[in-house]
Design a protein. Sequence first.
Length: 438
Amino acid sequence: MKTVWGLELSRILGVIASVVLIGLLTKNWMVALIFPLSLYIGWTLRQLWLLERWIRLGAKPDHAPNASGIWQLMVQHINRTQKKNKERKTRLREMADRFGATITALPDAAIVLNEDLEIEWVNEVAKRILGLEIEKNFGQKFDQLIANPELKTIFEQQSESEENDPTSIEMESPIDPQKTLLMTSVEFGNKQKLVIARDISQRVAVQKLRKAFIANASHELRTPLTVISGYLEMLETDESIPESAIELIHRAGQQSNRMQKILEDLLVLSKLEEKGHDRDSGEPLNIADLLQKLITDFQKTKAKDTHNIVLTANESLMIKANEREVFSLCQNLLSNAVKYSKIGSEIIVCWDKHADGSACISVADSGEGIAPEHISRLTERFYRANVNHSRKVGGTGLGLSIVKHIVENHGGHLDIHSELGIGSTFRACFPVYRIVKA
């Protein structure tokens, strides 16, 4: 670097020396000044022209102008920058190729949209299940090509939300009504969206088959169970039956009633699994009043002289929901608390806003508690942390599954906290948009 600038400085000193020498020889300082400076300026302009032409023609290293000093240094800098840019472009191209190959290899349809929901890229699977092609549909509005009001809604919700959480809906395939697609949208980059469409037709068909089986089996079993229960009740009151057989008939009657309860819960659960509720569905509910009436009934029946139920409720807090389902939710939570806590213990029921703004019903008991390994599976059908105790108190193993489906159908969630020897708290929270403003 020093050598280059030293060479340039020597040229300038040469021009100054030429001016002085010519001036001393000719005594004409004007000529002495103009002549060397003109030569230097002309040479400099020629170097600039050569450099500009070289850059204009692509700045190819093989055609770099012959130069020295600072001009050679500039050519070297340009060559070095070009080399780095070329390496960067190669890396970016390789990354783009890997990204394209990865998305193409996905078994699901993948569509990349810009901020205006215009299609920028689609993979091959998108053609098969959505009828989209990059050559034909590039730059077109995705929400206009796939005309579905719910799909447009999830884009609007995603743009309004501060969190970058994926949003999903189930919809019919636009090219095959027999197929059901799960559409998931995720934001990335500069407000771009990656839409993944998965064919879930087989899963939906299996779910429908299972629901149909449960419904049919429940209906078919209900009639014979009703007959059996009726005969067992008659036998219990028959004075000709020996005393030793009465106890056995009573136990059989209990199991028959338990079977009927299981069938009823299965039918309820089957209906709950069909579909969730819209954001605006339901009616304004006074949960504090509903809980008070339910607790009063419990204190007269299931919890009579066995448990003390304490209610703390925000009476001004109301939500918009399905009354029958919310009543079932509260009934199941209270029933579980009574069944699985010690006689004489206290059950605390609370209805208020949570820290995140959601409206929550919580039921806390001081029972034996639940081991951590069981908590994540409590809402599964027929799952019991303590099988013997559950059968002893007459549990069906479906109550919490029903509670979970009810609260999730309303857009909320169920939280379970428990410690062995201390007790459990079940909290069903409804989202902020379900709260009815006073």
